[in-house]
Design a binder for this molecule. Structure first.
Ligand SMILES: Nc1ncnc2c1ncn2[C@@H]1O[C@H](COP(=O)(O)OP(=O)(O)OP(=O)(O)O)[C@@H](O)[C@H]1O
Ligand SMILES: [Mg+2]
Length: 244
C-alpha cells in the first residue's frame, strides 16, 4: 500500500541559478514499512527533496500525498532526523525527546524511547554532556516521539565513527521494524544504502532527477562485506558514475 506519494515537477530557488531547476520530475512512492535509500552527488538536490517531503519547503510545483491526501506543511506523521542532532541546548535530553508543541509531554513514552536508543540513564543530562553518537540517538528518539509513519533521514550518521555508525544503522533498522515506520534515507555511504534499503534511488544532478532505481532483495540481517552486498554496492557506484 502506498503511504507516501511524492511528485515534484520542478523546484527552483530564486537567484542567479534560478533558471535551471534544482529538481525536475522527481516522482516516487514509499510503501508502508518500506526503506528507501536516496544517493546522488553532492549538490544534486537530496536535502532539498527531503525538506519538500518534510513539508519544510512549500515553494515547489508538484504534490506530496500522505495516505492519499495532499499534505501541506509539517505533519506529525512525518519525522525528520538531520545530519546534526539539532537539540535545544537548554532542555534536558528527555525534554528534547518529548518536545512537542502544544501536545503535552508523555513521560512514559519518552522513557521507552530513551531505553530503545540506549540512553536510558541520560534523560536528565543536557545535550552538551552527550557524545556525538549519543546526541544523534537522542535526535532519533525525538523524531519517533510523535509515532510517525515515515522517518526522513538526511545523512544521519555521516559525522560518526565507523563503529558507532554501524550500531546506529542497526538501531534505526530495528526501530523502524518495531514501530512499523517507513524510512527515506539520504546517504553518501553506498554500503549503508545497500545494507538498509529495500530500494535505492540514484539521483543525477542539474537538474536533480531519478536516473536509476535498484531493488535490494537480500534478506536481513545483511552481512557487511558479504559478496552480495559488495556486488550491489558496485552496481550503485557504477550508476552514480554514469549519472555524472
Ligand atoms: N536556500 C537555497 N537557496 C539557493 N540555492 C539553494 C538553497 N538550498 C540549496 N540550494 C542549491 O540547490 C542545490 C541542491 O542543494 P541540496 O542541499 O539539496 O544538495 P544535496 O544533494 O543535499 O547535497 P549534499 O550531498 O552536499 O548535502 C545546490 O546547488 C544548492 O546550491
Ligand atoms: Mg544535503
Amino acid at each position: 500500500m502506498t503511504l507516501l506519494d511524492v511528485q515534484v515537477r520542478a523546484k527552483r530557488f530564486a537567484g542567479a541559478n534560478g533558471k535551471t531547476p534544482v529538481l525536475s520530475e522527481v516522482g516516487f512512492e514509499l510503501a508502508a514499512g518500506e526503506v528507501l535509500g536516496l544517493v546522488g552527488a553532492s549538490g544534486c538536490g537530496k536535502s532539498t527533496l527531503l525538506r519538500i517531503v518534510a513539508g519544510l519547503d512549500p515553494e515547489f510545483s508538484g504534490e506530496v500525498r500522505l495516505n492519499g491526501r495532499p499534505r501541506q506543511g509539517p505533519d506529525r506523521e512525518i519525522g525528520v532526523v538531520f545530519q546534526e542532532p539539532r537539540l535545544f541546548p537548554w532542555l534536558t535530553v528527555a525534554e528534547n525527546v518529548g518536545f512537542d508543541l502544544g501536545q503535552g509531554h508523555d513521560e512514559a513514552w519518552v522513557r521507552t524511547l530513551l531505553d530503545q536508543v540506549g540512553l536510558g540513564g541520560l534523560g536528565e543530562a543536557l545535550p552538551r554532556q552527550l557524545s556525538g553518537g549519543q546526541a544523534q540517538r537522542a535526535a532519533i528518539a525525538r523524531a519517533l516521539y510523535t509515532r510517525p509513519r515515515v522517518l526522513l533521514l538526511d545523512e544521519p550518521f555521516s559525522a560518526l565513527d565507523a563503529f558507532t555508525r554501524m550500531r546506529l544503522q542497526d538501531l534505526v533498522r530495528d526501530l523502524a521494524r518495531a514501530h512499523g515506520t517507513s524510512l527515506l534515507l539520504v546517504t553518501h555511504d553506498i554500503e549503508e544504502a545497500v545494507l538498509l534499503a529495500d530500494r535505492v534511488l540514484v539521483l543525477g544532478a542539474a537538474p536533480g532527477r531519478i536516473v536509476r532505481e535498484i531493488d535490494v532483495t537480500l534478506h536481513h540481517p545483511r552481512g557487511r562485506g558479504s559478496a552480495e552486498v559488495a556486488a550491489l554496492r558496485g552496481q550503485v557506484l557504477r550508476e552514480l558514475e554514469r549519472a555524472g
